[in-house]
Design a protein around this ligand. Structure first.
Ligand code: NAD
Length: 434
């Protein structure tokens, strides 16, 4: 099938490369000329494990190409995916649909023949109707269907998630479009991946309901961690003790500094708005958002406390800046709350992230980026683990403490055993554990 991706970001590029790998003929379009130029040179605009090889092999095989020319990319396509950003709209938290609307207009203008337009961007309930009406207005004689097909991939594990998803959700009541979607996902269907066909509105809501549920789970275990600290219990064992119950499940029960990233913060806000407007408020999600926002703010105080109550003039070493490992994505990362608060308290910051430093430089000013975890430790009064990259999991404690002014570690991801650190002379503070 001929597939066009409008938007070549984390979702568009990964999905495009994976569809090409399934054997479809894929063109990825983006209006960012620099991004497409880099892709033409074989340079990935994002860091995602395995992506470079996947793109290279499919480009070589002639199944994947890149362009800034939407009209060329759309005119012969069987399916056109909208995979553009839907950030939070300033002021009210609603999803900003301007990129989706723009893409719908441009697709309508240039499509020829029957085209299935698939919304892969995360969009509020009713956006499919909006896209349909925009397209019908721009191209009243156009033959097209608008389908919802939300994406559930996780950055850092995106290719595996796309190729072996827990499920694929397709929202359309149109049988012709359903056939096209079935054909598109046939390689997964053969793999026995559950493919849930539903109506468009339900499909749109499934995505928000899933992300909000996961955000609730994280906020829940984080509050349990606070309680553990007060009553002398261990949150990791609480998580294990509840997670072994199949009704609860083990995943998403790691206490930490609060969720961030390109999806949960904006999607929970957008769901809140939709629910408020529909007079069916999701108060559990509202509480989750408030809990998470406060938590991110409180993390700086936790670090300052571990440094004796004052960080003025002290050097704090930060390990990890991205919102999670194996990505360079800095969107809504907890580091964007924690680092500025430490700077405001008078600390000097030296930081290292394996993949996120280029992005971080755009967002965080007044900090020194250094190369590697041991440079972060150099003359530091405290070391803070903000992101659980694998390369931070087996650091040489002796070497760290030789380089630090004083051996203090604040581990906001609970990647170390408290006894190991303490036996090596560290003052060690973690989340929800003694
Ligand atoms: P992104 O910002 O990485 O990529 C969006 C791209 O779209 C940008 O490169 C931008 O230049 C391009 N674009 C915008 N308007 C365009 C237009 N009219 N024509 C051509 N290109 C255009 O965003 P992303 O992280 O890939 O997210 C895309 C959507 O997928 C969002 O709705 C997001 O919520 C959803 N989503 C993201 C993830 C994730 O992990 N990042 C996971 C699931 C769903």
């Amino acid at each position: 099938m001929r597939v066009t991706m409008v938007g070549t970001g984390y979702v568009g590029l990964v999905s495009g490369a994976c569809f090409a790998d399934f054997g479809h003929q894929v063109i990825c379009v983006d209006k960012d000329v620099g991004k497409i130029d880099r892709l033409h040179q074989g340079i990935m605009p994002i860091f995602e494990p395995g992506l470079e090889d996947l793109v290279e092999s499919n480009v070589k095989a002639g199944r994947l190409s890149f362009t800034t020319d939407l009209s060329e990319a759309v005119k012969d396509a069987d399916t056109v995916f909208i995979a553009v950003g839907t950030p939070s709209r300033r002021g009210d938290g609603h999803a900003d649909l301007s990129y989706v609307e723009q893409a719908a207009r441009e697709i309508a203008e240039h499509m020829r023949g029957y085209t299935v337009v698939v919304n892969k961007s995360t969009v509020p309930v009713g956006t499919g109707d909006l896209v349909q009406s925009i397209m019908a207005e721009v191209n009243p004689t156009g033959d097209f269907s608008v389908v919802s097909n939300p994406e559930f991939l996780r950055e850092g594990a995106a290719i595996g998630d796309f190729k072996r998803p827990d499920r694929v959700v397709v929202g359309t009541e149109d049988e012709r479009a359903r056939q096209v979607m079935r054909e598109l996902y046939r390689p997964l269907f053969l793999n026995e991946t559950p493919i849930l066909f539903t109506d468009r509105r339900t499909s749109e809501l499934i995505k928000y309901a899933a992300n909000a549920f996961l955000a609730v789970k994280i906020a829940y275990i984080n509050e349990m961690a606070d309680l553990c600290e007060q009553v002398g219990a261990n949150v990791q064992e609480v998580a294990r003790g509840i997670g072994l119950d199949n009704r609860i499940g083990k995943k998403f029960l790691n206490a930490g500094p609060g969720y961030g990233g390109s999806c949960f913060p904006k999607d929970t806000l957008a769901l809140m708005r939709t629910a408020q407007e529909a007079h069916a408020p999701v108060t559990i999600v509202e509480a989750t958002v408030a809990s998470n926002t406060n938590r991110k703010k409180r993390m700086a105080s936790k670090i300052i406390e571990a440094c004796g109550g004052d960080v003025s003039g002290k050097t704090i070493g930060i390990l990890g800046l991205t919102f999670k490992p194996n990505t360079d994505d800095m969107r809504d990362s907890p580091s964007l709350d924690i680092v500025p608060a430490l700077l405001a308290a008078g600390a000097r910051i030296q930081a290292y992230d394996p993949e996120g430093m280029e992005e971080a430089k755009k967002e965080l000013t007044g900090i020194e980026m250094v190369e590697g975890p041991y440079s972060v430790a150099e003359n530091a009064d405290a070391l803070v683990i903000l992101t659980e990259w694998d390369q931070f999991r087996a650091l040489d404690f002796e070497r760290l403490s030789r380089q630090m002014k004083q051996p203090v570690m604040v581990d906001l991801r609970n990647i170390y055993n408290p006894d190991d650190l303490r036996q090596n002379g560290f003052t060690y503070v973690s989340i929800g554990r003694k």
